[in-house]
Design a binder for this molecule. Structure first.
Ligand code: KG4
Ligand code: ZN
Length: 386
């Protein structure tokens, strides 16, 4: 089945053409094309996503991407360009959760296409897209991190979805039956990275910038709290961590100022005692702060996920969402799963971020279940839950 999918829940406009086969037992996805138009340049001056600007960009980009999709030469499947759309079996769009004006841009666009081409239409939950992104094609790498999943002996599985808007832990009985074990009570993990980045003066999007800075920092330099780490539930909370960073920076600045004043006084008095500066902490390097902050998030995500795996005797850990692009987090999960003899699957970093290919994967399972099948009209819902 060929699925044309659209993703517009936040700041990436994405269109994909995916060939899905194998059913629930052996699903496999061939990505014929996955186009992503990034809006980073548009939102960067504002330090975050501006919903109405994002909607405007989606409306502008969708027809451009569709045109590019049509002009692709699909030589591998021996279909001439321009004729590709005749072979589409299903159209899918993200209907939530996300920024509602942005979701409507994708919903209206796909409804129009479905009507024009007389194709069935299905609305997809964005988080299910992330959940199934581990099934998108990957290359095998020595570390075993990018193995192609074999569904035999995979379940039960614990899945962590960590994105800019959500941090959710799920227990999967099989590919389509799952229940929520816990979620964030306030900020999502990605949101915490983004807010911390802003406090450190880094540009949007914050997560990747924090990771770059953290790469050359010492993660033990600052002891940040590990919120809810020891609570016997599977919920998360990251807003306290953000506040801890705020106070740390305020204190550092105050101390730095006091050091400056101390220095001035010292030169005025021409006193040479180095003990003058002793009570003031030396200014911590930004990279050390970023590394320590990142470590606090990684520690909490790892502890909760692996505790759930132990309690529910999971055989597999699945990691997804934009934060899953973080290499330290992936390395930690890879190491811990090896130690605990668990399978570990995460999408390749480019499919960890928002993309339409993952929406096609989720649409395929939705159609196989029939229950939530196609409909001529879709309803966008910014707060849609799993
Ligand atoms: O899934 P996603 O692309 O969009 C949402 O559904 O929200 O996730 C975006 C989030 C942002 O908060 C971004 O800062 C974070 O994922 N992110 C990262 C990294 N790359 C993206 N966080 C930490 N390290 C990264 N390398
Ligand atoms: Zn997402």
């Amino acid at each position: 089945m060929k699925i044309l999918s659209v993703e517009t829940s936040c700041d990436e406009t994405s269109l994909a053409l995916v060939e899905a086969a194998g059913g629930l037992a052996k699903p496999n996805f061939k990505i014929l094309k996955n186009l992503v138009a990034s809006q980073i340049k548009i939102h960067r001056p504002f330090g975050g996503v501006v919903p109405n600007l994002a909607k405007r960009e989606h409306l502008r980009n969708l027809p451009i991407l569709l045109n590019r999709l049509a002009k692709t030469n699909y030589s591998k499947i021996k279909i001439k360009k321009q004729k590709i759309f005749r072979t589409v079996d299903l159209i899918a769009a993200t209907v939530g959760p996300g920024l509602e004006p942005c979701l409507w841009a994708g919903v209206n666009f796909t409804e129009e296409l479905a009507r024009k081409w007389n194709k069935p239409l299905v609305g997809v939950n964005h988080l299910k897209g992330h959940l199934y992104s581990f099934l998108l094609p990957q290359k095998r790498v020595n570390s075993g991190l990018f193995q192609t999943p074999n569904l035999k002996n995979l379940f039960p599985a614990v899945a962590l979805i960590a994105s800019g808007g959500h941090t959710v832990l799920l227990l999967l009985e099989n590919l389509i039956r799952f229940r929520k074990l816990g979620e964030t009570r306030d900020d999502a993990a990605g949101e915490a990275f983004d807010k911390a980045a802003r406090m450190l003066g880094l540009p949007y999007p914050g997560g990747p910038e924090m990771e770059k800075l953290a790469d050359c920092g010492d993660s033990t330099a600052v002891i940040f709290p590990r919120p809810m780490l020891n609570q016997k539930n599977y919920d998360f909370s990251f807003s306290g961590l953000k506040t801890a960073l705020l106070y740390f920076l305020k204190n550092s600045r105050k101390n730095a100022k006091m050091r400056e004043n101390g220095k001035k006084r010292q030169s005025e008095n021409k006193q040479k005692s180095s003990r003058d500066f002793a009570p003031f902490r030396a200014f911590t390097d930004k990279s050390d702060i970023a590394a320590s902050f990142q470590q606090a998030i990684i520690d909490v995500l790892t502890a909760k996920t692996f505790r759930a795996a132990q309690e529910f005797k999971a055989k597999t850990i699945l990691l997804s969402g934009g934060v899953a692009a973080n290499k330290s987090l992936r390395r930690t999960f890879a190491r811990k799963t090896k130690e605990n003899q668990l399978n570990f699957f995460a999408p390749p970093p480019k499919f960890a971020a928002d993309n339409a290919a993952m929406i096609a994967a989720a649409a395929y399972f939705q159609i196989l279940r029939k229950k939530n099948g196609q409909s001529p009209k879709l309803q966008a819902d910014g707060n849609l839950s799993l």
